[in-house]
Design a protein around this ligand. Structure first.
Ligand code: ARG
Length: 284
């Protein structure tokens, strides 16, 4: 094995320009339970959620991202998790169709926004929760199923985008969206080969095999880091915005020449979401 000098590796990673959509958590609360993280009986603070979210928003602006905002809607407390609002690639916005009735109105709300922004909007026929379960890595789209997104939408996705879609089976209810179990570190738009980080125990055997074959160099994160939604992170190919509590993940990223930036979204974690959940990538 050859030793790599972290400093050298670091300078070779080049941040890619990113355009994202976010939704300020003005109506955030936990009033229903649709994932194991949510406890409606416990108090939440909308003010804290907004303050923590503002730090993430500022972080993206400081990194030079082009950040768009969608107007939050009263009565939709989970709308802050913009990643679920759709999947946008090649100027096409594939709309979301939510699993649970509590979030269903978000689908059309996000589709309206995409339409206003000039995206080619495709209304979904199948249940899917957008970028929560669909991750573009290199030439393929990794697609999760098991808890939310129906595998039928994987075919719909392949038809619409004309790309290979790799179905992955999620098996742990705490990691119910693909973006809680896989982080895209390099999406293939930069000079480096596409790469990911993941939590092995979140997947069934066949899916693990698929991941290991496709990404032999992937970062494997600890259960501890995954339990603070450490994988729910957003990378521009060099800077990786992660949960500040995911310490070992932070160390691994640094070793690989990435620049981890920790943020604390503890209040939004009460809804079962983190950094990536609050971020929907827009690709023209
Ligand atoms: N409370 C939301 C739900 O259960 C959290 C969504 C998290 N989003 C994500 N992309 N993982 O639907």
């Amino acid at each position: 094995m050859t030793m790599t000098d972290p400093a050298t590796t670091a300078t070779s990673r080049i941040p890619q320009p990113k355009t994202v959509l976010m939704c300020r958590p003005e109506h955030f609360t936990v009033s229903y339970r649709i994932n194991p993280w949510m406890h409606p009986e416990d108090p939440t603070s909308t003010a804290t959620a907004v303050a923590q979210w503002e730090v993430l928003y500022r972080t993206y602006l400081d990194l030079g991202f082009d950040v768009h905002l969608i107007e939050p809607i009263a009565g939709l407390p989970d709308m802050v998790y913009a990643a679920n609002g759709g999947f946008v690639l090649d100027g096409i916005a594939y709309g979301a169709s939510f699993t649970y009735p509590q979030r269903q109105p978000e689908g059309p709300a996000y589709m309206d926004w995409f339409r206003e922004q000039g995206f080619d909007v495709r209304a979904p026929e199948e249940v899917n929760e957008g970028e929560g379960d669909f991750l573009r890595v290199g030439d393929v789209i990794l697609a999760g199923t098991g808890f939310r997104t129906d595998s039928g939408s994987h075919d719909e996705l392949a038809r619409i985008f004309g790309r290979e879609v790799v179905s992955l089976q999620l098996i742990n209810p705490s990691f119910y969206h693909l973006d809680t179990a896989i982080a895209v570190l390099s999406d293939g738009t930069g000079p480096e080969p596409a790469n990911i980080a993941y939590l092995p125990s979140a997947f069934d055997e066949a899916s693990l095999e698929e991941i290991r074959t496709r990404f032999p160099d992937a970062v494997v994160v600890t259960e501890e880091d995954a339990a603070v939604l450490g994988l729910n992170s957003f990378s521009d190919g060099y800077n990786v915005v992660i949960a500040s509590r995911a310490k070992d993940f932070e160390r691994q990223l640094r070793e690989r020449g990435y620049n981890p930036i920790g943020v604390d979204l503890s209040e939004l974690l009460l809804g079962g979401g983190g950094v990536k959940c609050c971020t929907l990538e827009l690709r023209r």
